[in-house]
Design a protein around this ligand. Structure first.
Ligand SMILES: Nc1ncnc2c1ncn2[C@@H]1O[C@H](COP(=O)(O)OP(=O)(O)OP(=O)(O)O)[C@@H](O)[C@H]1O
Ligand SMILES: [Mg+2]
Length: 257
């Protein structure tokens, strides 16, 4: 498999806090990598560094060998990197459709005047977006696809999380970053969501996924590789089984040494 992503000695600081500390990580195409670590270990900050939401204090980040460290979030999106957020960023009063289509930059990019004057092209763009959103929802479930124009607040927690994933997927990313997608779900919903992630991967075999997760069952089921952070540093990297067998990880993360 080709290498897709490479981080080299990435550091992010907030004042005296080394939130990410000389972190290096390579990711191959078509892989699912789990990222675990105690609260405050720098997982979200690492995603923020990759997506351009926080400044690097040092290091390099590349997609396909092209440097993206220090670029604007919009430019990084252009390299095919999308994400979901730990704290939901959905608009509850908008429809499912609107919440997903927001994820596609330039979805209706004719400009206001263009949209008014070139109605045919505008209508085509709307139809195309509708087809895309519908197809994304169908990949999760038909009942969900039927709710395409329902307001988001009427959806269950698991369906809202699915909408967030759809919003990240509509850009057809090469690298998808999921920040604690199962937060707030019941154990049954979490199990269902694991199958969703595996399905997403089946439908997009070349896309790479990095998933931050506290739910160990989910991690074990979906992640082929598991990377552990502590104080912004990588402290373990391997299969889920080897990583959780590491005495350090048991003590520091699972608290069961
Ligand atoms: N915007 C910020 N300003 C100051 N400090 C921050 C900021 N964001 C994160 N930090 C600090 O950086 C460290 C890493 O935080 P981060 O949110 O990346 O951890 P995390 O591994 O995602 O934790 P959690 O599992 O709780 O989500 C913490 O010490 C946190 O307090
Ligand atoms: Mg976090």
């Amino acid at each position: 498999m080709n290498q897709l992503f490479s981080a080299r000695d990435v550091s992010v600081r907030f004042g005296g806090v080394h939130a990410v500390d000389n972190l290096s990580l390579d990711i191959v195409e078509g892989s699912i990598t789990g990222l675990i670590g105690p609260n405050g270990s720098g997982k979200t900050t690492f995603f923020n560094a990759i997506t351009g939401l926080c400044k690097l204090a040092g290091g390099r980040i590349a997609i396909d060998g092209q440097e993206i460290g220090g670029l604007q979030p919009r430019e990084i999106y252009g390299f095919g990197v999308t994400r979901t957020f730990q704290r939901s960023r959905l608009c509850l009063s908008l429809s499912v459709f609107d919440n997903i289509v927001i994820g596609r930059q330039n979805a209706l990019d004719l400009g206001l005047i263009g949209n008014l004057l070139r109605r045919r092209r505008f209508n085509e763009a709307v139809r195309e977006n509708h087809e895309r959103v519908h197809a994304l929802l169908m990949a999760f479930s038909e009942p969900l696809a039927r709710r395409i124009f329902d307001p988001l607040h009427s959806l269950s927690m698991i369906d809202r999380r699915r909408i967030e994933v759809c919003r990240a997927l509509i850009a057809e990313p090469r690298l998808l970053l999921l920040d604690e997608p199962s937060a707030g779900m019941t154990p049954d919903e979490t199990r269902e969501f694991m199958d969703d992630i595996l399905n997403v991967r089946k439908n997009n075999p070349r896309m790479s996924i990095v998933i931050i997760e506290h739910e160990m069952d989910l991690m074990q089921r979906v992640a082929e590789r598991c990377v552990v952070l502590n104080y912004g540093r990588m402290v373990a990297d391997g299969t889920f089984e080897t990583v959780v067998a590491d005495p350090w990880v048991q003590e520091a993360y699972l608290g069961t040494s």
